[in-house]
Design a protein around this ligand. Structure first.
Ligand SMILES: [Zn+2]
Length: 397
């Protein structure tokens, strides 16, 4: 007892990796509040012959597996419900870690077997003319003295009697009657008459496969039941989100079509019908939303004297225009190179003043031979011409 206690205490002090890793949930799952069945949904709508439904509908019918006709339940379907079951089990293990899954599954399987055998499992009605058992009705041949008498019973009765013996049951009335009559008084059946076991075997595997699929379905029902409250919350959540998204779209279009407010109307602009705020057109040829118009500051105009008092709408267009043709042309007319120094200068006076200043600065930096020519004295020192001459005059060289 004390050893166990010490072990637990040790484990608590030095938790190993397994104990420190938090349970992970996807964004959609909201820490276990909701289901995230998008992956299963993808698989579902890609099943052949399945009605294409939206995600919300899918959430409410993913466990209506009995509505899917049994002919559609192929291996692809099996993969789908396996994936679905895997997700549900995984989800339950994350939100209800104390739940005994093995026990849950065993109980589900027991229940399934109980209803499967009598053919009561939803979606899987018992096939008529079962493959494994010889369902035909036995016929007492001692009452018949010839095959012609048997033939008088008719095709169906003969077929049933043949099946009861596990014999081939096809052929004409005569063939069937003769085949059945030939067994009279025999203890061992003629091999050539016995129905092929291969066909039965194939049927048996098919049945086994159906049973496997149905068993998985039973587990899905069980786990769907366990998560039923989470599922209801999920449907609510997804619906709410969809409604919100739709609402936002509607608000946006309302704003676009709202014509009661008048903004600053620039008479210079081209006339656009149904656009009282004179909003610029977007890529789709419609006026851009008003909030976008405000966001980009398109209601603010900037004019530029260098461009001949042309006005630009929005700071972006204004900033860009300094490198564009109209401004470049204006600068060329002033005889000023359109360099980065002149960015943001819009007044002709300012531009000319700046140009003068820059020119003077450049002048100072220019190479003047009288001053800057280099001279070297007898000791190898390099000095400029002015210094050299000063030194020479003082007789220091
Ligand atoms: Zn300009």
């Amino acid at each position: 007892m004390s050893v166990e206690f010490e072990e637990i205490a040790k484990m608590r002090e030095n938790p190993s990796e397994d104990y420190t890793t938090p349970v992970e949930f996807s964004d959609e799952e909201g820490y276990g509040k909701y289901l995230d069945l998008h992956e299963c949904y993808e698989k579902y709508i890609n099943l052949k012959g399945i009605e294409k439904v939206d995600y919300i509908t899918y959430l409410s019918l993913f466990d209506h597996l009995f509505d899917i006709p049994r002919e559609r339940k192929n291996s692809e379907y099996r993969n789908y419900i396996r994936a679905l079951l895997t997700y549900l089990k995984d989800f339950v293990s994350r939100v209800k870690p104390l739940q005994d899954q093995a026990q849950e599954m065993a109980a589900a399987h027991q229940e399934f077997l109980k209803v499967w055998e009598p053919g009561m499992f939803p979606g899987w009605p018992k096939e008529t003319g079962g493959a494994l058992t010889n369902v035909g009705a036995h016929l007492d041949l001692s009452a018949f003295s010839s095959w012609e008498e048997l033939a008088s019973l008719g095709l169906d009765r003969l077929k049933s009697a043949l099946m009861a013996l596990g014999l081939k049951c096809g052929g004409t009335l005569e063939e069937r009657a003769q085949r059945l009559f030939s067994t009279k008084g025999q203890t061992a059946l003629d091999k050539s008459l016995v129905a092929k076991k291969g066909a039965n075997k194939a049927k048996a595997t098919t049945q086994q496969r159906h049973k496997d699929i149905a068993a998985i379905e039973a587990q899905v029902y069980r786990f769907a039941n366990i998560v039923s409250s989470t599922r209801a919350a999920t449907i609510e959540n997804v619906t709410r989100r969809a409604a919100r998204a739709a609402g936002e779209r509607r608000d946006e279009s309302d704003e676009e079509s709202d014509t009661s407010v008048t903004g600053d109307v620039d008479s210079d602009d081209d006339e656009v019908p149904y656009n009282p705020k004179n909003l610029p057109l977007g890529w789709d040829g419609k006026p851009i939303p008003y909030w976008l118009y405000k966001l980009h500051g398109l209601n603010i105009s900037y004019s530029c004297e260098i461009c001949g008092n042309f006005t630009y709408k929005g700071p972006k267009a204004f900033q860009r225009h300094f490198a564009e043709w109209r401004h470049a042309h204006g600068m060329r007319c002033l005889g000023i190179p359109n360099t980065a120094h002149f960015a943001n200068v819009t007044q002709i006076e300012d531009a000319l003043a700046l140009w003068e200043k820059i020119k003077n600065q450049k002048e100072g930096e220019r190479f003047v031979a009288e001053n800057d020519e280099e001279y070297e004295d007898s000791q190898g020192n390099v000095v400029n011409r002015k210094t050299y001459e000063d030194l020479k005059r003082q007789g220091l060289l």
